[in-house]
Structure formats: structure tokens, C-alpha cells
Design a protein around this ligand. Structure first.
Ligand SMILES: NC(=O)C1=CN([C@@H]2O[C@H](COP(=O)(O)OP(=O)(O)OC[C@H]3O[C@@H](n4cnc5c(N)ncnc54)[C@H](OP(=O)(O)O)[C@@H]3O)[C@@H](O)[C@H]2O)C=CC1
Ligand SMILES: O=C(O)CCC(=O)C(=O)O
Length: 386
């Protein structure tokens, strides 16, 4: 099932649980706006190449935008949801080609983004540097020029991974467990995966397996994560790391562990591998890592899944703190960012649990009903009369 069909299915299930009016349901399913732009750049060798950029596309980006909407509502921050992207493999482009492409994309969408309309943020294959290029290009049209470090919040880089850890702690506490002494397998070692693994390691968790696009490593006694980060930074991959054995990357999702944390692509848990998952808990740090068929198989096995729209909401929550700080022109210290993030993550977890109790549903439906009911309530209050 593709990402959009799966996301729509979860939304419809939540709408049924909530008894949502079918017209409201239909209205919430259709994106407010879809943008598709052509981005042509000269490559470093002088040849021209064209890419297509989106701010919400008809399929995967639509699903991700929809997830952002429910996620912002679950986190209880005053944002809607959108997602953008360019159909390219960033790994195939040089840094200057990436910069040109990002700037051309920004030229095409600058009228439709902005502080009070739509704020882009990093996701897979993008980072703070990408956002700085967008900001700089946007500023040429709109004259916006924040001061310190281009206005990025302290703690934003680690925020999604840190939020994943706060979410994991909230879930484990409910089951009478803590991170210390449990074993973890982490798929993806980019922004989210490396930060989540590092903080778990600091808190006494044993990260026994990690993968990236180049392969996977395992060590039943626990991998030294700071060492692995240094190795990845210096070599660009997990290969040849001395502190662990290499393993088949496909094995990672079914590796022996207490907690599995997918931090890479969508749809990685599906009917092909769900039955073989050994973990008792899955923390969805990636967006949409579990397709609906896998959801059913895993539920039958008694695996507890902490859904993406809550588990990875630390990123957008700190993006919201960043927005608040820039509007006020007053920067918080990192401790305040992290402490406030923890409060948001803990509160959201209890709100989800309360929906689970009210509607006798699992955590995914608890999160969906929480997010969808908040957006539906706001939509109904605004009304449709001209
Ligand atoms: N960044 C954020 O703030 C947020 C991210 N997310 C989600 O988290 C996930 C990861 O995002 P982020 O960390 O930012 O992205 P990055 O681009 O920083 O990292 C992605 C990681 O996934 C790895 N990867 C790619 N393909 C595979 C594969 N087939 N098998 C194993 N690993 C693979 C990459 O490997 P390599 O390092 O070798 O390239 C890289 O380590 C995505 O689903 C994203 O949507 C959700 C909320 C917020
Ligand atoms: O920081 C943000 O605003 C968005 C983070 C993100 O890409 C996500 O939650 O999927």
C-alpha cells in the first residue's frame, strides 16, 4: 500500500472512531494547496538538468504533509502541516549543485512560504545548511534577515532524536521499564538516528545494531555510539567500524532487541518482514515506517508501536520554539529548549493515552483521534460560510 493510501486509511479509521461528519472528513482529506515547480540548474560540468520540486505532491509528499498536520495538532502547537521536496538523490549532487537547486526551488515557491504562512524545515536529505540557503534566497525577495546564526534554535539539530528518547521513556515507564539495560536496534544513522542512538547510549541503553544506506553493524554487548559517530563522520559510512561486526542491513529490522527504532525510510515494516520482528516495542522515529498490513501483524504479536505523529514530533515542536524565539527576538538557552520539549512530549503522551482509554484503541489511533479531533474542531469553529 502506498504512503498516501495508508495515511488516508488511518485518517478514515480515526474519523469513524470520532463519528466525524462525512463532509468534514472529505474536506480534511484534500490538501489546502498543492504546488509543483520546475527547477533547472547547470551542473558543475556545465550541462543542464531539470528536477521537479513540490510543496505537497499527489502521493508521498501529500501523505507526509497530512502526517505533519495531525502531528502538529498532537503536539498542540499552532501550526498546520505541509511538506515539500525535490525529486532528486542529494547524494548524486555536489554541494554547489545542491545549493543551486535549493535556491532555484526557493525562487519558485518564495511567494507561498513565509513566517506567517508556511515555514520549511529540514527532513530527510536536508539540514540546517539547506534551510540557510532557503532563508538567504527568500530574503532577497522579502528582506528578512535574522541575526544570530541565521535564527536557528539551540537544540533543534538534536530535537527529533531527543524527542524520540523522551517519547520512548514515557512509553517504557508505563510498562514499568526504563532505557537503562534494554537493547535497541536503530535503522538509519542520519540526523534522527544518530541523535536518538547517542542519547539512548548516554542513558544506559544498549544499542546493539545500527544501519545506514551503506550497511549495518551489530554488537550484542552494545555499540560505542560516540565512537561510531566519529567513524561515520570521518569515513562517511558504518563500514569497517572496529567496535562491531558487520551484518546484512535487511536483518536490522528483525534483529534481536527490546526496542526497534526505524529512523530512515517510510514503509520499511511491511507484510514481508513484520512477522519476523523480535522487538517488543517499535518507536516510529521515521515518518510512516509501518504499513497497515504490518500494523495488523505486529498487533497480533503483541508488539507495542509508538506512532510517528507522536514519536518524532520533537522536531516540529522545537521548530515551533525556534519560530517563537525569532518572533520575540529573544533566544532561549539549550536547557530551556530541552526541558520545554520534554514537557510537550510528556503532555502529548498522556493526552494520547487518554484518547486510547476513551475510544478503546491502540496508540496509533489514540494519536490520530487526538490530532484529527483538534483540527476538525478548529475547522468547524471557523465554518464555511462566505
Ligand atoms: N530531521 C527531522 O527533524 C525529522 C525527520 N523525520 C523522519 O526521520 C527519518 C530520518 O530523517 P533524517 O534523520 O532527518 O534524515 P537524514 O537524511 O539525516 O538521514 C537518513 C538516514 O537514513 C539512512 N538510510 C537511507 N536509506 C536507508 C536504507 N535503505 N536503509 C538504512 N538506512 C537508510 C541514511 O543513510 P546514509 O547516512 O548512509 O545516507 C541516513 O543515515 C525520515 O523518515 C524523516 O522523515 C521525522 C521528523 C523530523
Ligand atoms: O521541523 C519541522 O517543522 C518539521 C519536521 C519534520 O520534517 C517532520 O516532523 O516530519
Amino acid at each position: 500500500m502506498n504512503a498516501l493510501a495508508a495515511t488516508n486509511r488511518n485518517f478514515r479509521h480515526a474519523a469513524r472512531i470520532l463519528g466525524l461528519d462525512s463532509k468534514v472528513e472529505k474536506s480534511l482529506l484534500i490538501p489546502f494547496r498543492e504546488i509543483k515547480v520546475e527547477c533547472t540548474i547547470p551542473k558543475d560540468d556545465g550541462t543542464l538538468v531539470s528536477y521537479v520540486g513540490f510543496r505537497v505532491d499527489p502521493d508521498e509528499v501529500n501523505a507526509l504533509a497530512q502526517l505533519m498536520t495531525w502531528k502538529s495538532a498532537v503536539a498542540d502547537i499552532p501550526y498546520g502541516g505541509a511538506k515539500g521536496g525535490i525529486g532528486c538523490n542529494p547524494g548524486d549532487l555536489s554541494k554547489s549543485e545542491l545549493e543551486r537547486l535549493t535556491r532555484v526551488f526557493t525562487q519558485k515557491i518564495h511567494d507561498l512560504i513565509g513566517v506567517h504562512t508556511d515555514v520549511p524545515a529540514p527532513d530527510m536529505g536536508t539540514n540546517a545548511q539547506t534551510m540557510a540557503w532557503i532563508l538567504d534566497e527568500y530574503s532577497k525577495f522579502h528582506g528578512h534577515s535574522p541575526a544570530v546564526d541565521l535564527g536557528g534554535s539551540l537544540g533543534r539539530e538534536a530535537a527529533t532524536g531527543r524527542g524520540v528518547v523522551f517519547a520512548t521513556e514515557a512509553l517504557l515507564a508505563e510498562h514499568g521499564k526504563s532505557i537503562k539495560g534494554l537493547t535497541f536496534a536503530v535503522q538509519g544513522f542520519g540526523n534522527v538516528g544518530s541523535w536518538a542512538a547517542k542519547i539512548i547510549h548516554e542513558r544506559g541503553g544498549k544499542v546493539v545494531a545500527v544501519s545506514d544506506i551503506t550497511g549495518a553493524v551489530k554488537n550484542p554487548d552494545g555499540i560505542d555510539i560516540p565512537e561510531l559517530i566519529r567513524h561515520k563522520e570521518s569515513t562517511g559510512s558504518l563500514k569497517n567500524f572496529q567496535g562491531a561486526d558487520s551484518m546484512d542491513a535487511n536483518e536490522l529490522l528483525v534483529h534481536e532487541c527490546d526496542v526497534l527504532i526505524p529512523c530512515a525510510l517510510g514503509g520499511v515494516l511491511n507484510r514481508e518482514n513484520a512477522a519476523d520482528v523480535k522487538a517488543k516495542f517499535i518507536i516510529e522515529a521515521a515518518n510512516h515506517p509501518t504499513d497497515p498490513e504490518a500494523d495488523e501483524i505486529l498487533a497480533k504479536k503483541g508488539v507495542v508501536i509508538l506512532p510517528d505523529i507522536y514519536a518524532n514530533s520533537g522536531g516540529v515542536t522545537v521548530s515551533y520554539f525556534e519560530w517563537v524565539q525569532n518572533i520575540q527576538g529573544f533566544m532561549w538557552d539549550e536547557e530551556q529548549v530541552n526541558k520545554t520539549l520534554q514537557n510537550y512530549m510528556t503532555r502529548a503522551f498522556h493526552n494520547i493515552k487518554s484518547m486510547c482509554q476513551t475510544h478503546d484503541c491502540n496508540l496509533r489511533m489514540g494519536a490520530f483521534t487526538l490530532g484529527v479531533s483538534r483540527v476538525a474542531r478548529a475547522t468547524l469553529l471557523r465554518g464555511w460560510e462566505a
